[in-house]
Design a protein around this ligand. Structure first.
Ligand SMILES: Nc1ncnc2c1ncn2[C@@H]1O[C@H](COP(=O)(O)OP(=O)(O)OP(=O)(O)O)[C@@H](O)[C@H]1O
Length: 311
């Protein structure tokens, strides 16, 4: 086990930020920590890294208890925090060289690693730039390069794509997958469910300092009653009587109609879309577009907590 957290409790005065939270991160995985703003993601990361004192519980990293002075463990961890932390007075190259130098004293080896990190995040054309000249996305990439240049075995990224343009965002996500393919275990926190779904092999969903669900995305989606969501763009509002009949169809959990949109949630099982199509035909309800979506991690969150992930 790369990380083992047992029964962690962290209070900020009256606020219980972590409520007996336990989780495990296995070697070689991209572990996603998904939760809305304020659910405790940054707090748990800081506790894992012993950057923050906690009230109760245990943290082990690489099988050893983690303490503020566990430098042998920390040298194998790459940390990319939410707030970009680079030196304004150093260039891109100098920043990466500085952070790499904290772990790699040998100059020749460091030169090679810094070059690799620059190529990895695609900052070759910006090595002489100072941070204030970089766009938000490029700055994030620099932040990542500083955290990974020494080739850590465990890389922790706390919301690395917040306020990043789509191009840099994709580059960052692709980079994370590549780091994992090269052997690093990744912990990735985000409140963007699409990102977590896209890259993470196992996911923990947090809310109010607690783990509310854990598993692969398929396992998480298997936990909820919602099967698929079917949306029909109708040419006219659907009559109440038809709506009531639709709700009685086998496999239909709910059906709501606004002006020209019919939103249907079905249970698990096959033929839901076919049944709806059949119904529309029988009732002579004409429509423009019909589409079906599988449940998302937001549906999982919604069903367990009763609120949206993006609140
Ligand atoms: N230093 C602090 N003092 C008091 N309360 C804090 C402190 N840091 C965080 N909190 C509170 O603890 C809770 C958890 O915060 P945390 O930053 O860990 O959440 P998060 O999931 O990382 O959110 P975000 O996505 O906004 O970063 C929030 O209610 C937050 O307001």
């Amino acid at each position: 086990m790369v990380i083992k957290v047992k029964n962690l409790v962290k209070r900020y005065e009256d606020l219980l930020a972590l409520d007996h939270l336990s989780l495990e991160v296995r070697e070689g995985e991209i572990f996603g920590l998904l939760g809305p703003n304020g659910s405790g993601k940054t707090t748990i990361i800081n506790c894992i890294l012993s950057l923050l004192e906690y009230d109760k519980g245990e943290v082990e990293v690489f099988g050893k208890p983690m303490r503020p002075d566990s430098y042998d463990i920390k040298r194998d961890i790459g940390i990319i925090m939410q707030n970009v932390a680079v030196f304004e007075e150093l260039t891109v190259y100098e920043n990466i060289n500085y952070f790499c130098g904290l772990y790699i004293p040998d100059k020749t080896e460091r030169k090679k690693l810094v070059k690799e990190a620059i190529e990895f995040v695609g900052l070759e054309d910006f090595t002489k730039y100072y941070p204030k000249k970089l766009s938000g996305g490029l700055l994030r990439r620099l932040n990542i390069a500083c955290g990974i240049a020494h080739k850590p075995k465990l890389i922790i990224l706390d919301e690395p794509t917040v306020a990043v343009d789509p191009q840099s965002r994709n580059k960052i996500l692709e980079g994370i997958v590549r780091l994992n393919e090269q052997g690093a275990t990744i912990v990735y926190t985000s409140h963007y469910m699409e990102e977590v779904e896209q890259i993470c092999s196992r996911i923990v969903i947090m809310d109010k300092g607690k783990v509310i669900a854990a598993g692969t995305k398929e396992e998480l989606k298997g936990m909820i009653a919602t099967g698929e969501k079917i949306t029909v763009e109708t040419f006219a509002p659907v009559q109440l009587e038809a709506l009531a009949a639709l709700r009685k169809l086998p496999g239909i959990e709910s059906a709501e109609a606004t002006d020209k949109t019919l939103s249907i949630k079905s249970g698990k099982g096959r033929n839901n879309l076919e049944n709806v199509l059949e119904f529309l035909k029988m009732r002579e309800i004409s429509f423009g577009r019909i589409y079906s979506e599988l449940p998302t991690l937001n549906d999982v969150f919604l069903e367990i907590t009763g609120k949206e992930l993006r609140d």
